[in-house]
Design a protein around this ligand. Structure first.
Ligand code: UD1
Length: 348
C-alpha cells in the first residue's frame, strides 16, 4: 500500500500530509510543490508501492535534505512519535490502495487500508491537537454520473469496494467536522492524474503491469508491451472510446498546496474536483502519446472492461472559486513528460 507525507510551514506553525503516499506518484510531486511554496515537509511512507530512491531524488531536486520516515499510517504509535518529534500543523493524506480490480478480490483489505488508515491517522491527529487534513478522494465516488461535466453536488455512488472506501472516507470527515467544528478538511476528488515531473526524475512507476491507460501506453512506447487494448469503441462518445479528464500531476500537486494553504488560512473545510474540465478519449491519448514518442503506437479494439463508465469529466468552477485553482498543462505536456520519465526510468 502507500503512505502519507506531512508538512510544516517554514515558520513552524503549519503541517500537512500529501495524498496517496508521501514518496509515491502524487505524494512526491506534492512534496516538491509544497517545498516550493515554502512549507517544511515530513514524509511518511511504507514504500509498499513507492521506489526506495524517491527521497534521494527529491533531495536532488530541492537541493536540501528530505525528512522521510519509513512506516505505515495504520501504526498509531508511530504516528504519535512523528507528531511528538515534529511541529505538525496539517496533514496531507495520500496513503491508500487504488486498484478497482484488486478491491473486488480483496474488499476487506481495501477497507482496512483506506478507511482503517484514515481512522488511525485521525485518532493520532486528535491526540496531537492537529485538526487540518487534506484527503485524496477520487472521481470514482460519482459512480456512473448522469451529468458531465460532473459537479461536486452529484450523488455519491459506490461501484466497487475501492469507490466505497473513498465515499466512507469522505463521510467520516464530514461527520467529524459536523460534530467538532475545530476540524477542517480539504477533500480533493482527483480525476485522472497523468504525466510526470518536468525534470524527468519523478513519475509513475507501477511495479506490475499497469492497469491504468497512460502508464500502459508508456510501456507500449518503450516496447515492453506489444500493443494497447482499447476497452470498447461502442460508448456514447464522439469516437466510441472512453473519455476521461486527464490532469497533469504537477497541476494536481499544485491543487494540494492551494487546499492546504486555504485550510491553514481560514480553517474552513472544502470539497472540490481537481480536473481540467476537458475530456479526452482513449484514441486521443494513443494519438497524443504517439506524437510525443515519435512512433505510431499499435492498438486493437477489445471488449469493454467491466465496471468502466463512458465519460468522467470534472466541473471545475468550485475549485476555481474556493481555491483559485486552474490547470496550466496540456495533454501534450502530459505525454511528453511521461515519455521523458519512462525513458529515464528504463535506463536507471
Ligand atoms: C481507474 C479506476 C478508478 C480509479 C483510477 C485510479 C476503473 C474502472 N476505474 O480509473 O476508480 O480512481 O483508475 O487511477 O478501474 N483503458 C483502455 N485500455 C487500457 C487501460 C484503460 O482502453 O489498457 C481505457 C479505460 O477503459 C478508460 C480509460 O482508458 O476508458 C482510462 O482508464 P484508466 O486509466 O484505467 O482510468 P479509469 O478507469 O478512469
Amino acid at each position: 500500500m502507500s503512505a502519507l507525507a506531512q508538512t510544516r510551514e517554514r515558520d513552524g506553525n503549519g503541517w500537512q500530509n500529501p495524498s496517496h503516499r508521501g514518496a509515491g506518484y502524487i505524494g512526491s510531486h506534492t512534496y516538491l510543490a509544497l517545498k516550493q511554496a515554502g512549507y517544511e515537509v515530513v514524509i511518511l511512507d511504507n514504500f509498499g508501492n513507492a521506489q526506495a530512491d524517491v527521497p534521494d531524488r527529491l533531495a536532488q531536486l530541492t537541493n536540501a535534505p528530505v525528512t522521510c520516515i519509513t512506516g505505515d499510517v495504520r501504526n498509531g504509535a508511530l504516528l504519535d512519535q512523528v507528531f511528538a518529534d515534529h511541529d505538525i500543523v496539517a496533514v496531507v493524506h495520500f496513503a491508500a490502495l487504488k486498484s478497482v480490480g484488486d478491491s473486488m478480490k480483496m474488499p476487506l483489505t481495501y477497507l482496512e487500508s483506506n478507511l482503517g488508515g484514515l481512522l488511525t491517522l485521525l485518532a493520532a491527529m486528535e491526540r496531537a491537537g492537529c485538526r487540518r487534513l487534506v484527503f485524496s478522494s477520487s472521481a470514482t465516488v460519482y459512480g456512473l454520473p448522469d451529468q458531465t461535466p460532473t459537479p461536486e453536488t452529484a450523488p455519491r455512488q459506490a461501484m466497487n469496494p475501492y469507490g466505497k472506501s473513498k465515499i466512507l472516507g469522505e463521510e467520516v470527515l464530514e461527520h467529524l467536522v459536523a460534530t467538532d467544528p475545530s476540524w477542517a478538511f480539504g477533500i480533493l476528488r482527483y480525476f485522472n492524474p497523468a504525466g510526470a515531473h518536468g525534470s524527468g526524475l519523478l513519475g509513475e512507476n507501477p511495479k506490475d503491469t499497469p492497469s491504468n491507460l497512460m502508464p500502459f501506453v508508456a510501456k507500449v512506447a518503450l516496447g515492453e508491451l506489444p500493443l494497447v487494448q482499447v476497452f470498447g469503441n461502442d460508448y456514447p462518445t464522439p469516437d466510441g472510446t472512453g473519455v476521461r479528464d486527464y490532469i497533469h500531476v504537477e497541476d494536481l500537486a499544485h491543487g494540494h498546496v492551494l487546499s492546504l494553504s486555504a485550510l491553514i488560512a481560514d480553517g474552513k473545510s472544502h470539497l472540490v474536483n481537481l480536473g481540467t474540465g476537458q475530456g479526452h478519449s482513449v484514441l486521443e491519448i494513443i494519438a497524443a502519446y504517439s506524437d510525443a514518442c515519435g512512433q505510431d503506437l499499435p492498438f486493437e479494439i477489445a471488449p469493454r472492461r467491466p465496471g468502466d463508465v463512458p465519460v468522467y469529466c470534472a466541473e471545475t468552477e468550485k475549485a476555481k472559486e474556493l481555491l483559485g485553482f486552474s490547470t496550466r498543462k496540456s495533454l501534450a505536456d502530459m505525454c511528453q513528460s511521461s515519455w521523458t520519465w519512462v525513458q529515464n526510468a528504463a535506463t536507471r
